[in-house]
Design a protein around this ligand. Structure first.
Ligand SMILES: Cc1ncc(COP(=O)(O)O)c(C=O)c1O
Length: 450
């Protein structure tokens, strides 16, 4: 399939050779599609087509592409102060973004450390958690716990707490050891229960681990309620609540990685809110700037922060990035939060969830459908196929089918999911669902009994 601009097909092919694209196998995958511009939920290609962005361009876009309020805020900021070193200096956009974040976050998460993206927000959280215990004079608390199916990013620390997978296999020796406990993956229950009758027994291995080893454990990291890249796995709120209680009981820090779930994706501003849970550290990125600029933030409690302060310089958090608190990113973040106040964002979010739930009914019982999972603006269909997992041979077939139909959907192996910008219209979203339903005919010959 060629996606070249019709005016100069070879030029794009040649020019793109120098570019190495993420998660792309150049020997197998087609040439990337040139996008000229974008508006609302639509991407416009160089050859005059348009694609409905049903995954918010890797889960970053909230209020639609090229939203004029965010674009104007960035432009105005660029004319005033594009960047300044954040060690020893501060600026109004950082102060204002911090103040606005504090208004929407639990008051306990009183301290904000800015970084560059989701992975760095996670690295910062892990390092803060370890240094917290070090600063407290308890350096033996240095082990980390993470969930099976977790994904926290591609830098080395984030990869270490991420699940074992083909993605990280070449770097096995670099990954530091992490204790891994089951996730509440109800469709493939790790302890053989069914959700209707279970008592969240999947948390018991964590309880046993903490009982035995809490003196060595610094922190547990979770993607609250929704594990994204691991297969769009939705957890019962009780799972997160039990995890919180166990961490408190055993004096282990809880890190909530809300890089995906933050800023309304799960129906509330943050997924932790749905479970009425307050973590000790929280990681944000993706929607932080409305999807306009890369930026990360790690939040922590006053109790953590104060251990880093004192006359001894050794307590300092020796971590920073050249673009920490970049004013353009901050301006985008402020504008994005402003849109939450000035546009009916949560009504849009509720509307998306309503459509997901209606359309899910039409898919239930289909022989190619194993499980349907919905939380807020995310709906996932786990296909019952003979080769489940990220490398399912159906993945490229489905991806191309959707592109041909004018929709950007990027299945995670045999899991097809929708995670649209909040401005997607009812008709547009219904079209996405129609296309997914249509694609099941492609899956049927490969479907298993479940
Ligand atoms: C939960 C979670 N944490 C961290 C990351 C890493 O973010 P980034 O790709 O911006 O480094 C991701 C990316 O998908 C994510 O979903």
């Amino acid at each position: 399939m060629s996606n070249n601009s019709s005016s100069a097909p070879d030029t794009l092919a040649e020019r793109t050779l120098a570019l190495w694209h993420p998660f792309t196998q150049e020997a197998l995958d087609p040439q990337p599609i040139l996008i000229d511009r974008a508006q609302g939920a639509w991407l416009y290609t160089g050859d005059g087509r348009k694609l409905l962005d049903a995954i918010s361009s890797w889960w970053v876009n909230l209020h639609g592409h090229a939203h004029p309020v965010i674009a104007a805020a960035i432009a105005a900021q660029a004319r005033k102060l594009e960047h300044v070193i954040f060690a020893g200096f501060t600026h109004e956009p950082a102060l204002e973004l911090a103040a606005r974040l504090r208004r929407v976050l639990p008051p306990e998460l009183a301290h904000i450390f800015f970084s560059d993206d989701g992975s760095t927000a996670v690295e910062v959280a892990l390092k803060m958690a370890l240094q917290y215990w070090h600063n407290l004079g308890r350096p033996e608390k240095k082990r980390l716990v993470a969930l099976e199916h977790a994904y926290h990013g591609d830098t080395v620390g984030a990869m270490s707490v991420g699940a074992d997978s083909a993605f990280v296999a070449p770097f096995q020796d670099l990954r530091f050891p992490v204790w891994r406990v089951p996730s509440a993956y109800c469709f493939r229950c790790p302890v053989g229960k069914t959700r209707a009758t279970c008592d969240i027994e999947c948390v018991e291995p964590l309880a046993r681990l903490l009982e035995e080893h809490h003196r060595e454990i610094a922190a547990l990291i979770v993607e609250p309620l929704l594990q994204g890249a691991g297969g769009m796995i939705v957890h019962p709120v009780e799972f997160l609540q039990r995890v919180r209680r166990l961490c408190s009981e055993y004096d282990v820090l809880l890190i909530a990685d809300e890089v995906l779930t933050g800023f309304g994706r799960t129906g509330r501003m943050f997924a932790c809110e749905l479970a009425a849970v307050v973590p000790d550290l929280m990681c944000l990125s993706k929607g932080l700037t409305g999807g306009f600029l890369p930026m990360g933030a790690t939040l922590c409690t006053g109790a953590i922060h104060e251990t880093f302060c004192g006359a001894d310089r050794g307590r300092t958090f020796f971590h920073g990035h050249s673009y920490t608190a970049n004013p353009l990113g901050c301006a985008a973040g402020i504008a994005s939060l402003e849109i939450f106040d000035t546009e009916p964002v949560f009504a849009r979010i509720a509307g998306i969830e309503k459509i997901h739930r209606e359309r899910a009914k039409a898919l239930e019982g289909h022989p190619a459908v194993g499980d349907i999972r919905i939380i807020g603006t995310m709906m996932a269909v786990e296909l019952a196929v003979d080769d489940p997992g990220y490398f399912s041979h159906l993945r490229p077939l489905l991806y191309h089918f959707y592109i041909e139909k004018g929709v950007l959907l990027r299945p995670l192996g045999n899991v097809v999911y929708v995670l649209p910008p909040y401005v997607i219209s009812e008709d547009e979203l219904n079209y996405v669902h129609y296309v997914i339903a249509d694609s099941l005919n492609l899956v049927l010959p490969h479907a298993t009994a479940g």
